[in-house]
Write a protein that binds this ligand. Structure first.
Ligand code: ZN
Length: 84
């Protein structure tokens, strides 16, 4: 089975397996689990606020570092975090 790295979203890489017959691609179980853990985060409390960890792979995509200012907005019931 051929394996290649694919960029699923900007800066987010995953290993995919490629079927030699039909060239279908899929993410193996380990890769799927890693992606699931990357994109599914658990909120936690800091004082009266809720916090969520931004994984470094995702922070890197928009150039966030510790201490970066961000703008937080609500759009269509989603929270959008943008580098300020
Ligand atoms: Zn196939």
């Amino acid at each position: 089975m051929k394996k290649e790295k694919r960029e699923l979203q900007k800066g987010i890489l995953a290993k995919v397996e490629i079927c030699p017959k039909c060239e279908d691609e899929w993410i193996d179980e380990k890769g799927y689990e890693a992606l699931y853990n990357l994109f599914t985060r658990k909120t936690f409390k800091i004082g009266g606020s809720l916090a969520v960890r931004i994984p470094k792979e995702i922070a890197n995509v928009i150039g966030l570092k510790e201490g970066s200012e961000v703008k937080v907005a609500v759009k269509e019931k989603k929270i959008v975090i943008e580098a300020a």
